[in-house]
Design a protein. Structure first.
Length: 170
């Protein structure tokens, strides 16, 4: 974004610009990430990359929400165990925003099987088992939209103008 344009925009104009231009993704730190004390470490990786936090909540997940979230996996053999695990202890649900945030988050997270995940990714650095892979991230823009709507109300999504923006974008 043009630096001069950025400073000249009113708050309403910025919010409109943001709605048109910015992508959002749904990220959840699963119960193993919380229990292992990795919440700060995980959040820091998204923060220092330059993405913007739009919402965050610490919560126990209901069976209904877990089943809806993982609906695409309903017929897979691991579905019951996955729902059991996600509902077993608190998680951190978040929305992050920025250009290309959906695909970039998947890279930050790493491959589904942590033993195949590259070092430097969250799963590659901190996990060893597919059923304890610490974190969820939406796999496509449409999935992100569905998941954000499932986990958050419109009021919980905070549009704001990070002062770092001109130092992160041309
Ligand atoms: P993703 O989290 O990398 O998007 P998905 O294929 O969408 O991976 O699977 C959702 C979650 O289900 C995984 O993160 C993992 O926790 C769990 N899962 C996937 N495949 C298996 C499996 O073969 N055994 C046990 N758990 C699995
Ligand atoms: Mg997935």
């Amino acid at each position: 974004m043009d630096l001069q344009l950025y400073w000249l925009m009113t708050k309403d104009e910025f919010i409109k610009f943001e709605e048109i231009a910015l992508e959002r993704t749904f990220i959840a730190i699963k119960p193993d990430g919380v229990q292992r004390g990795l919440v700060g470490e995980i959040i820091q990786r998204f923060e220092r990359k330059g993405f913007t936090l739009v919402s965050l909540k610490f919560m126990k997940v209901s069976r209904e929400l877990a089943e809806k979230h993982y609906d695409v996996h309903r017929d897979r053999p691991f579905f019951a165990g996955l729902v059991e695990f996600i509902t077993s202890a608190p998680i951190v649900a978040m929305v992050w925003e920025g250009d290309g945030v959906v695909a970039a988050s998947r890279k930050i997270i790493g491959a589904t099987n942590p033993l195949a995940a590259e070092p430097g990714t969250i799963r590659g650095d901190f996990a060893i088992n597919i059923g304890r892979n610490l974190i969820h991230g939406s796999d496509a823009i449409e999935t992100a939209q569905r998941e954000i709507a499932l986990w958050f109300t419109e009021e919980e999504l905070v549009s704001w103008q990070p002062h770092l923006s001109p130092w992160l974008h041309e």
